[in-house]
Design a protein around this ligand. Structure first.
Ligand SMILES: *Cc1c(COP(=O)(O)O)cnc(C)c1O
Length: 385
């Protein structure tokens, strides 16, 4: 094959492109443990409900400090199965932020219920507890019956569960923590998984604890709820597979994913510590120039994302891209502006959400980001601005 003429090559970035994530560095660190774990599953052949799945559930429950973990096929299924267990359906309203990934509200609408969208805080990106009262009023004004709240731990920071929980108890609502981004984070020493009445997380490959495909988990202290969820996960099975006592779905996690996650969980806390060092370096390097993310008092974050706010965001993103620096916009369109949710009630004009959608920019962050690489990113941002 002939080499293309130099003139045909578009102007090269000034240095090698920086990857968004570095799975290779993690694999090197784990020294072949993941490959061996996958090979063991291939060998024993229990591809579903295998021993690694049970072991992962037990280890994750111990890690989070919760009685039960139920592994499942995705974070979306984890949310959906909890709503199914709570018998959410038409006429029900579920309060949630608009500034989140679609799955948070999608599961509500999949069951025929309606999401009521609330605004978030400008500093922490999370559901603003002051929005709960107007959200409840908006739900009732629309003729809906409010049943629960889904706070989202956006970018890794747990929402304000004390305030949200107090409001929920006063109004007879449950609180389902969308902890898809926040596994390993804590608030006042309480780990994600124990915050809210029950919680759902995701092991989508780009989450802080990512599988080699889809996966998710549910956290609960409630023995009865665990039984119902286990049945839902397997087509509503009763005493055996062919007694079907309720509607369910195919919600299981593959044993291979559990085997991968078991290996990654062993080093996860060290990885979170490394992510905290990366976040601190960004804060020190950028805090005087752009709005850097703030943590509430008592929060330790897994720093799933590092999201700054800037005017002229799109121009900055384009300049960084030309330098080989990847960035992401989480999220460019609030849910209440998207077709499936346009008719949903909102707690008000959602002004913070609208503003954030045009200003947020997430920077590369992972446990293997070298200080020199990070300094290149920081310098490029200063140059571009
Ligand atoms: C990733 C994510 C989900 C969905 O998880 P999947 O495993 O991709 O189904 C739900 N909510 C939020 C906030 C997420 O970031």
């Amino acid at each position: 094959m002939s080499t293309p003429a130099a003139a045909a090559i578009p102007s090269a970035p000034s240095a090698a492109p920086i990857p968004w994530l570095d799975n290779k560095a993690q694999q090197r660190r784990l020294g072949g443990a993941i490959e061996r774990a996958i090979a063991r599953v291939v060998e024993h052949g229990a591809f579903l409900m295998g021993p690694e799945m049970r072991a992962f559930e037990a280890e994750l429950a111990a890690y989070a400090g919760v009685r039960h973990v139920l592994s499942c096929a995705s974070g979306t299924d984890a949310l959906l199965m909890l709503l199914m267990a709570k018998a959410v359906g038409p006429g029900d309203a579920v309060l949630c932020p608009s500034f989140t990934f679609t799955a948070t509200a999608e599961v509500v609408h999949r069951l025929g219920a309606t999401a009521v969208f609330l605004d978030v805080g400008d500093a922490n990106f999370n559901l603003d507890p002051a929005q709960l009262e107007p959200g409840l009023a908006a739900a009732r004004a629309a003729g809906l019956r409010p049943v629960g709240i889904i706070p989202v731990d956006l970018f890794g920071q747990p929402a304000d569960y004390d305030a949200i929980g107090a409001f929920a108890r006063a109004h007879g609502l449950w609180v389902l923590a969308d902890a898809a981004q926040s596994l390993g984070s804590s608030r006042d020493g309480r780990r994600v998984g124990t915050l809210g009445d029950f919680a759902a997380t995701s092991f989508y490959p780009t989450k802080a604890l990512g599988a080699y495909g889809d996966g998710g988990a549910i956290f609960t202290d409630d023995d009865g709820l665990r039984e119902v969820l286990a049945s839902i996960r397997a087509h509503g099975e009763g005493r055996d597979r062919y007694e079907n006592v309720r509607l369910g779905l195919t919600g299981r996690m593959d044993t291979i994913q559990a085997a991968v996650l078991l290996e990654k969980l062993r080093i996860y806390d060290e990885e979170i510590a490394a992510r905290n060092r990366v976040a601190e370096r960004y804060r020190a390097g950028l805090g005087n120039r752009v709005a850097v993310p703030a943590l509430d008092a008592g929060v330790r974050s897994n720093w799933a994302c590092y999201t700054i706010q800037v005017d002229g965001r799109d121009a900055l993103q384009a300049k960084l891209k030309a330098e080989g620096i990847p960035t992401m916009i989480y999220y460019p369109r609030p849910l209440h502006r998207q077709p499936p949710y346009r008719a949903c009630p909102t707690a008000g004009p959602l002004a913070v959400t609208e503003r954030l959608a045009g200003r947020v920019l997430s920077l590369p962050i992972h446990a293997y980001l070298e200080p020199e690489t990070q300094d290149r990113i920081i310098a490029a941002i200063h140059d571009a601005l």
